[in-house]
Design a protein around this ligand. Structure first.
Ligand code: UD1
Length: 423
């Protein structure tokens, strides 16, 4: 198992190119199941979850090819899907495999997808995906750890999500595009990845209005065709590097990002005193604060402050003057990184879904363990300012969603290396 070795205390300076968004690429890849035509996806990040999704599509007998190494473009053709099943072995490593449920049942009338089960940040059920598919006319049974969905053809309906869900919205949108008649989805997630998915679907011939707003209207069509689409930049990777610049007292230029998707994150970092400027053409410049001050954060659905940036913000808060209250409202158990940061000397108390961080405290390098994707990013950031050496175990979590984070950090001056189990 790989580990990261970080020698903290280096000021970061230079340019970082932001990759495509994993969370936009995953539903886009699943959407390729909706047509026998060729779907060409560009700006795909080279991260573990994407490889898992490619494996899953290949397991279903789709053609999945890439013209370059490492792949940034995928050519997917789901002409002959003889195996409409997402097996446990793949779903357990990546919950987003569930995104294949909607497209499979919509196009082939049958899908069998393993229930994802819990994960380290909470229970994460898919009951709302199932409720909405039933409302669209699918017959669903849950047996032996699998969801089986059947339908002759899905029928348009009105469905109001009782709770906002990102992949739930995506799954049902990708089912509704092939349903008979009109579907109205209410209380949809507003994340930019939804609008990006809708853009791809429209290029494939779908009729969709309102993606990116709470109400999405879909006029179902009988068939979709191939398309080419470049996915949006990764706003969480960009946010993570904004914090990397700020926490190390450095100055970074981020290119290929979409500042409009980062409004809440930029606003919060500015409240802490961090200087951030848009430089046009999708570039952001971050300069560390003259004096970093504490700020309170509640994680919220988009356009609020993303839960996927909470661990990174906590790392920053350990270095800010004053008391930061960080409230996690999306997931029930997303503070596992806090206890690791405390082992590095951070002053954090946890009370239910509230973390109170008092700073600044000098962090000292320590062996720590990553518990999930974004927690590992938070620990890397803490390691960048800690004295001596920080060892981070289980970096496979970070490889799920960050493209070569250690290389990007090293290129701007960090001392971080990947140590493989055998070395
Ligand atoms: C997506 C993102 C993830 C991000 C999260 C919240 C992808 C691949 N992943 O995850 O990075 O952290 O949004 O922004 O895009 N819920 C239910 N029943 C359901 C579905 C969700 O109770 O059927 C609950 C969840 O347990 C959670 C909340 O709703 O408490 C939001 O989850 P959701 O938006 O579905 O997260 P994901 O789509 O899994």
């Amino acid at each position: 198992m790989d580990r990261f070795k970080i020698e903290g205390g280096r000021r970061l300076e230079g340019t970082v190119q932001i990759s495509g968004a994993k969370n936009a690429a995953l539903p886009a890849m699943a959407a390729a199941l909706l047509t026998s035509g060729t779907v060409r996806l560009q700006n795909i990040p080279h991260v573990r979850d994407i490889i898992t999704m490619a494996k899953l599509l290949a397991h279903m007998r789709c053609r999945v090819e890439s013209p370059d190494i490492p792949p940034s473009e995928f050519i997917i053709q789901a002409e002959d899907v003889s195996h409409a099943e997402a097996p446990y072995e793949l779903v357990k490593t990546m919950r987003a495999s569930v995104l294949t449920l909607g497209p499979l049942v919509a196009r082939f009338g049958y899908a069998r997808v393993s229930l994802p089960g819990g994960c380290s940040i909470g229970a994460r059920p898919i009951d709302l995906h199932i409720q909405a598919l039933e409302k669209l006319g699918a017959t669903i049974s849950v047996e032996h750890g699998y969801v089986e969905a059947r339908a002759e053809r899905l029928r348009g309906t009105t469905f109001r999500f009782p709770k906002i869900t990102v992949t739930g919205t995506e799954n049902i949108l990708t089912a509704a595009v092939l349903a008979e008649g009109e579907t109205v989805l209410e209380n949809c997630a507003l994340e930019p990845e939804i609008a990006d998915l809708a853009e791809l679907l429209v290029k494939m011939g779908a009729e969709i209005e309102g993606a990116g707003t709470p109400t999405i209207r879909v006029q179902g069509v009988e068939k979709l065709h191939g398309a080419t689409h470049a996915v949006i930049p990764d706003r969480i990777e960009a946010g993570t590097f904004l914090v990397a610049g700020a926490i190390t007292g450095g100055e970074l230029l981020l290119t290929d990002c979409e500042p409009g998707h980062l409004t809440a994150i930029i606003g919060k970092l500015k409240e802490c005193g961090v200087e951030i400027e848009c430089e046009g053409n999708g570039s952001l410049r971050v300069r560390a604060a003259k004096k970093l001050v504490a700020a309170d954060v509640n994680t919220e659905e988009y356009p609020g402050f993303a839960t996927d940036m909470q661990a990174q913000f906590m790392a920053l808060a350990t270095q800010a003057h004053g008391v930061s209250h960080i409230r996690e409202t999306i997931f029930e158990n997303r503070f596992l990184h806090a206890s690791e940061m405390m082992r590095m000397g951070a002053n954090i108390t946890i009370d239910g879904n509230l973390a109170v961080v008092t700073g600044p405290t000098p962090l000292s390098g320590a062996p720590v363990t990553a518990s999930d994707l974004r927690a590992s990013a938070g620990l890397v950031l803490a390691g960048l300012v800690a004295d001596n050496t920080t060892w981070i175990d289980r970096v496979y979590h970070i490889d799920r969603g960050y493209e070569q984070i250690e290389v990007k950090l090293r290129d701007v001056g960090a001392r971080i290396e990947r140590v493989t189990a055998s070395s």
